[in-house]
Design a protein around this ligand. Structure first.
Ligand code: NAD
Length: 390
């Protein structure tokens, strides 16, 4: 069928298989063209189908020739309904990796569950022996516990309400938004979903099954950002979860069993999860403009390729004082942030075009779902029922 984008709120309910494939291919081509450090060889990526997790998987495979095992939570096509973008991304990645002689396996299901952890452990035992890198890149709205309790994460402030500018991407208008504070219960639930507990569960399960190398590394992703986003992000409910993630990393490293856990603070980018955060999309579209003008803009693949080839390699790790890897170094540079500040203070609906890279924002948003890839004929019929071996 001919697949067109159908946008509902912050997501697109359709995905284009050929577009996703072309975009995965361009990420692979990017990685192949870079120079490569000595890297990890057997890599588990939890949250491997989109955004930073997908880019981590592609980097491991194509920088280091690593065997990759990905955990995804995606839907295949169903009748006239397309599969999720992550499904098509994974199908494409597997097709390219197999053709290039790389080991790849995917497990589709809820990464929070014991069942999926057990399945992954079984595959590692049978196929890989032990993994030497675990990337934890989940961005999930909820977590279901073993007893059926469901925790939902919220994107709210902590303490008091915060008002600042935001953009309505449906009609490209700037207005003020007030984000209300989360209740204590909502904060705790957000920590349950996006904090470090499940990451720790993964590492404990891998250790107990003896399927993780003694000197293995594990990394999870975080964000800090500039002050205008702090009440909403770093100091908000999601920030509390990220604090917990960081404390978990410290506790895992301090456990002194040889496994080192790191937080990589990544750049703000358009992904399915960041699109839903109030205020942040307007900041991102200004950031894109400034970073593109200064020649320092990166997407997920550039970030992850730089991470695993320069800052977190098999032999060296570069961290800041509290021991975080700073992939937001270029975003947070004074030259970038002072330009963003000026544009932020002036921006309104009338000057959006001159003050923000809205085209770049929309382009990246559609690309998340496989739309807007070069060389793809979006008027042609495509087979939407694509297989993933999982
Ligand atoms: P994303 O939405 O693009 O990807 C999230 C991935 O998690 C997807 O592959 C999704 O299928 C998977 N997932 C969600 N729930 C799952 C479940 N229950 N079981 C298995 N897989 C599941 O998100 P992203 O932006 O790449 O975020 C990844 C991490 O990077 C998050 O921790 C996020 O906070 C962090 N981060 C994002 C940004 C940004 O601007 N996007 C910046 C810095 C850090």
């Amino acid at each position: 069928m001919v697949v067109k984008p159908k946008v509902r709120g912050f997501i697109c309910t359709t995905a284009h298989p050929e577009g996703c494939k072309a975009l995965v291919k361009s990420q692979i081509d990017y990685v192949k063209a870079q120079s490569h450090a000595e890297g990890f060889k057997k890599v588990l990526v939890v949250g491997a189908s989109m955004g930073y997790g997908l880019a981590s998987r592609i980097t491991a495979a194509y920088s280091f020739g690593a065997a990759t095992l990905g955990v995804i939570f995606d839907k295949p096509a169903n009748g006239a309904r397309t599969a999720s973008a992550g499904w098509y991304n994974t199908a494409a990645f597997e097709e390219f990796a197999h053709a290039d002689g790389l080991y790849t396996r995917t497990v589709n299901g809820d990464a929070y569950s014991k069942e999926i952890k057990d399945k992954v452990i079984e595959i590692i035992k049978n196929d890989l022996g032990k993994v030497d890198l675990v990337v934890y890149s989940l961005a999930a709205p909820r977590r279901t516990m073993a007893d059926g309790t469901v925790y939902s994460s919220v994107l709210k402030t902590v303490g008091k309400a915060y008002t600042n500018k935001t953009i309505d991407l449906k009609n490209n208008t700037v207005s003020d938004i007030t984000v209300e504070p989360a209740t204590e219960e909502e904060i705790q639930a957000t920590v349950k979903v996006m904090g470090g507990e499940d990451w720790q569960d993964w590492i404990n399960a891998l250790k107990a099954a003896d399927v993780i190398e003694e000197n293995a590394v594990t990394v999870a992703y975080s964000y800090i950002g500039p002050e205008i986003t702090h009440p909403m992000y770093a100091d908000g409910s999601i920030g509390k979860a990220k604090d917990h993630l960081f404390e978990t990393a410290k506790a895992m490293t301090n456990a002194d069993d040889g496994i080192k856990a790191y937080i990589s603070v990544n750049k703000a980018l358009v992904t399915q999860s960041s699109a839903a955060i109030p205020i942040v999309p307007l900041y991102i579209s200004i950031l894109y403009k400034v970073m593109k003008e200064q020649g320092v803009h990166e997407g997920c693949i550039e970030q992850m390729c730089r991470l695993f080839n320069t800052k977190l390699t098999k032999n060296s790790v570069e961290t800041d004082e509290p021991c975080r890897i700073r992939m937001d170094d270029w975003e947070m540079a004074e030259s970038v942030q002072s330009a963003v500040d000026t544009l932020w203070s002036e921006i309104k609906t009338d000057n959006l075009d001159s003050h923000a890279d809205l085209d770049g924002y929309h382009e990246d948003f559609y690309k998340l779902f496989g739309f807007g890839a070069e060389g793809v004929d979006y008027e042609s019929d495509v087979e939407i029922d694509v297989k993933v071996d999982c």
